[in-house]
Design a protein around this ligand. Structure first.
Ligand code: ADP
Ligand code: ADP
Length: 219
């Protein structure tokens, strides 16, 4: 059963740029998929459409039985709660500790203090940062900051995790650590979609890969 489905999806930006052309893609529950391709090929655009940040110009998208581009306000928020997102630049809050950065999503969803405590520890452990819970982002390496952002993405246990160039700012060692965490999350049942232009990482990882070139998808 597909948890993510794209049918004949195209995206033309307002400036006339054809970011995606007739994309068909089925991602099944529990899959781990790499989306690769050069910079500017359309990878981010594809992920953005999955969480309703961009709308397709044509075609249909189904995520978790919903059409993200047809949802508004609260309905879209509800869908986004079921999708963890990791970005290349981490997007941590500078003046909040690691623990606070991870908890923010739970506060926003009105979890109780007790439930937040219960969820925080396993999330920290998953990314190997139990002993850095009280540090601030600027006190961490890039790899550690990215691991915080992964913990934040999964602390509310979403069934889908999207990672847009998560290793784009990291050296090979830290990149591989991040991929290993994503693999572990996938083994726990989370459907994982990762964009990267790092061919080396893909070769080491032994997961299915699709490639985007000039907005077209190739298997
Ligand atoms: P990638 O993630 O593979 O680097 P993107 O999805 O960011 O590629 O971009 C695909 C194409 O769409 C590029 O030509 C890019 O310049 C263009 N593009 C991306 N975002 C916008 C936007 N907001 N407005 C106009 N063009 C955009
Ligand atoms: P696992 O923990 O999943 O068994 P390993 O750490 O044993 O994974 O590594 C799996 C593969 O990735 C091996 O081929 C290993 O050489 C390679 N590898 C491990 N760490 C790195 C790294 N930091 N950079 C590049 N390749 C690595």
């Amino acid at each position: 059963e597909s948890i993510i489905q794209l049918r004949q999806v195209s995206k033309v930006y307002a400036n006339g740029s054809h970011a995606l052309v007739n994309i068909n893609l089925d991602i099944k529950k529990g899959d781990f998929l790499f989306i690769t391709g050069p910079s500017g090929s359309g990878k981010s655009t594809l992920l953005k459409m999955l969480y309703g940040d961009e709308h397709p110009s044509n075609g249909d998208i189904i995520v978790h039985k919903e059409c993200p581009h047809q949802l508004r306000g609260n309905q879209l928020s509800m869908l986004r709660r079921r999708i963890g997102i990791v970005f290349q630049d981490y997007k941590l809050i500078p003046r909040r500790t690691v623990a606070e950065n991870i908890s923010v999503v739970l506060w926003a969803q009105s979890y109780t203090r007790q439930e937040i405590e219960r969820r925080l520890q396993p999330a920290l452990k998953m990314v190997g940062l139990t002993d850095k819970a009280d540090r601030f982002p600027e006190e961490l390496s890039g790899g550690e900051q990215q691991r915080v952002s992964i913990a934040r993405a999964i602390v509310a246990t979403p069934p889908i995790l999207l990672a847009d160039e998560p290793t784009g700012n990291l050296d090979p060692d830290n990149s591989w650590q991040v991929i290993k965490i994503l693999k572990k999350l996938n083994q726990l049942g989370i459907t994982v979609v990762v964009t990267t232009h790092d061919e080396n990482l893909i070769r080491l990882s032994d997961h299915p890969v699709v490639q985007i070139r000039n907005g077209k998808l190739y298997r």
